[in-house]
Structures are given as structure tokens and as C-alpha cells.
Design a protein around this ligand. Structure first.
Ligand code: TRP
Length: 337
């Protein structure tokens, strides 16, 4: 059985990039009977950079509500908040003793973030990938959908898990335990990276205040405006060419992801059309896709009691899976029961 785990940070307003690059794929996977999937709102990761408490709370609810609004099947899959399942922090501590400081210092995200937050290079920023390893290993995840920026963290997760399994080989054998499952990266189908509409060389980001970011909560007018202004080029030709026509290719990628088309199919559809038409059609497709989701989101976010109930159920399911793993690890390591 394939087991998928994904973590999503409640650290900003959700963007079209989050939806097309992650949520839409996750919703599909949540309905697949051959896959068991876990979606974790990683609030403990978010605090490695300063968060306003009120916003953190609101955004944690919002991430969950967007998943639900987009149609996540919470009977087949598990949607939960990381801090609701204590095993995450507990396993992270245990695994931190199997992670070298040098490995953590080599992580590109750590280097980037410590550049950007020079006044707050806290220990959590460094040990962030250990907590991520715990997220993954607690659920016996076989597949972790990651973008390019998270591949290095998954590689570290694998190294730590293998190291643990090797170090306690004898104990595991004696206890008839197989140890950690070693996860593989899963590269999402299409539009794995939705780029900024103004700066198509940058990933569309929830933290960047760019006119090229489309938020899931944007009105149709705002969405149309953002697409109308999207950067293209002087080729006057709708072609899939990331190197030479990054803006146009990004728009095509968005269109493909929304409509479920291949690049060739999308290119064929716009043959001979001008950029004005092209951008308008992409904008319309995005608006039509988001409208029903936005309506459901608006209802869900108003009903915190209902969200609390759904998240409590998710936490209970997650805890049932995660707790035995942390117990196994402690037993193997020699902690008294
Ligand atoms: N580090 C991931 C990111 O910033 C979020 C994350 C936390 C995650 N735990 C995870 C992703 C586990 C996949 C699996 O995007």
C-alpha cells in the first residue's frame, strides 16, 4: 500500500501555487483507494520564523478549510494539525541525536532563511529538517510529494532513518520490528512549480508581496487583473519553452493544471492566438475553478466549531498511527516503559 504524507505551512495566505502545485493533487490522491494519505498543517514548523499568534491561529484554520473546500476526502485520508499530535515533537528530539549539526548546516533552506532572518537564527531554524523527518517517519510514508526546494530535506530524512535502522539492527531484529520505512520523493504531475506572474523565474510565494502572486481568496476582478498584467515576451507565440519564454510557459502550466491538459494540448489550443486572448482565457479558467471552492471556504471558515471537530477527528486518527511508532523507537532505544 502506498502511503503519502505531506506537510503544508500555515505561514502565509494560500496562493494559486499552493492550490495547483499541492492541494489539487492531494485532493485527487485523497480519493484514491490504493493510497493512504496524511495531510499535516505544520504549525510547529511555521514558528521557526516569528509568527503573529492571531494570524497563526487564523491561517492554521484557513489551510485546513482550503483543503476541505477543495474537496479533500477526510474519510479515506487524514487531515490534521501537527501540534495536535505530540509524537511529532517527541520523535524529533529522539531523531536529533541521529542527525549531525554539519548536515543541518549544509541545508540550503537553512542557509537562505538564516540570511533573511539574521536577527533570529534560532535553533529551531537549524533543526527544522529533523522535525520534518519525524512528520514523515511517524506515518510510515512511502511517498512524499516534494518540490525541488524540499528534496534535500527528504534526502536527510532518508539518511537519518537508514542510520537509525542500521544502528539498532540487532535490537530491531530481536523485537521483530522492521524499523523506519524509507520514504521516496514523489514528483507531482504538473505545475509542480507555479511561478510568479511578474517574475516568472521565482516561485509564486505566499510571503512575497508581489503583484504576480494570486491568492486563493482573491476576487475574480483581482485574478483577472493579475493575469492581464502577467509578464510575457516579444515572441508573439504561445509556446512551451521554459528557458526562453518563462512567463508564457508558466501561464500554460497553470492552464494545463486547471484543465487537466498536457502541454501539447494547451499549446495547440492557443495556436495563432495573441497574448491578450491567451491571458484572458487562462484567467477565466482560474476564476471558474476557484469560484466554487471560494464559496465553500467562506462557509467553512465562519464555522470554527465544525473545523475544530474535523481537526479533532483528524488528530485522533493521526495519533493512532503515530503513537505506536514513537513507542517502538523508545523501546528499541532502551527507554523504560
Ligand atoms: N518543509 C515543508 C515546506 O516548507 C513543509 C513540511 C513539513 C513537509 N513537514 C513535511 C513537507 C513533511 C512534506 C513532508 O514546504
Amino acid at each position: 500500500m502506498k502511503t503519502v504524507l505531506s506537510g503544508i505551512q500555515p505561514s502565509g495566505d494560500m496562493t494559486l501555487g499552493n492550490y495547483l502545485g499541492a492541494i489539487k493533487n492531494h485532493v485527487k490522491a485523497s480519493k484514491d483507494p490504493s493510497t493512504q494519505s496524511y495531510y499535516c498543517v505544520v504549525d510547529l514548523h511555521a514558528i521557526t520564523v516569528r509568527q503573529d499568534p492571531k494570524l497563526l491561529r487564523e491561517r492554521t484554520y484557513a489551510v485546513a478549510a482550503w483543503y476541505l473546500a477543495a474537496g479533500l476526502d477526510t474519510d479515506q485520508s487524514t487531515l490534521f494539525v501537527q501540534s495536535h499530535v505530540r509524537a511529532h515533537t517527541e520523535l524529533a528530539w529522539l531523531l536529533s541525536t541521529f542527525t549531525q549539526i554539519g548536515e543541518l548546516e549544509r541545508m540550503t533552506q537553512y542557509k537562505d532563511k538564516s540570511q533573511r532572518h539574521k536577527h533570529n537564527i534560532n535553533a529551531g531554524l537549524l533543526t527544522y529538517p529533523v522535525l520534518m523527518a519525524a512528520d514523515i517517519l511517524l506515518y510510515n510514508a512511502t511517498h512524499v510529494p516534494v518540490g525541488d526546494d524540499q528534496k534535500q530535506h527528504l534526502e536527510l530524512t532518508r539518511d537519518v532513518a537508514i542510520r537509525f535502522n542500521n544502528h539498532y539492527k540487532k535490537e530491531l531484529k530481536k523485537a521483530k520490528q522492521r524499523g523506519f520505512i524509507i520514504p521516496e520523493p514523489a514528483i507531482p504531475e504538473i505545475a509542480a512549480r507555479v511561478m510568479d506572474l511578474q517574475y516568472p523565474e521565482n516561485k509564486m510565494s505566499k510571503s512575497a508581496e508581489s503583484a504576480g502572486t494570486v491568492l486563493l481568496a482573491d476576487t475574480p476582478k483581482q485574478i483577472e487583473k493579475a493575469f492581464k498584467r502577467a509578464v510575457t515576451d516579444n515572441e508573439a507565440n504561445v509556446a512551451w519553452d521554459r528557458a526562453n519564454q518563462p512567463g508564457v510557459t508558466n501561464l500554460l502550466g497553470i492552464y494545463c493544471a486547471v484543465k487537466g491538459l498536457t502541454p501539447d494540448q494547451a499549446v495547440a489550443e492557443f495556436a495563432g492566438k495573441g497574448y491578450g486572448d491567451f491571458k484572458g482565457t487562462v484567467a477565466d479558467a482560474v476564476v471558474a475553478e476557484l469560484e466554487p471552492i471560494q464559496q465553500r471556504f467562506a462557509e467553512l471558515i465562519e464555522d470554527k466549531a465544525e473545523l475544530d471537530k474535523i481537526l479533532a477527528k483528524g488528530a485522533e486518527k493521526a495519533n493512532q498511527q503515530a503513537q505506536p511508532i514513537v513507542e517502538m523507537v523508545k523501546d528499541i532505544m532502551g527507554f523504560v516503559k
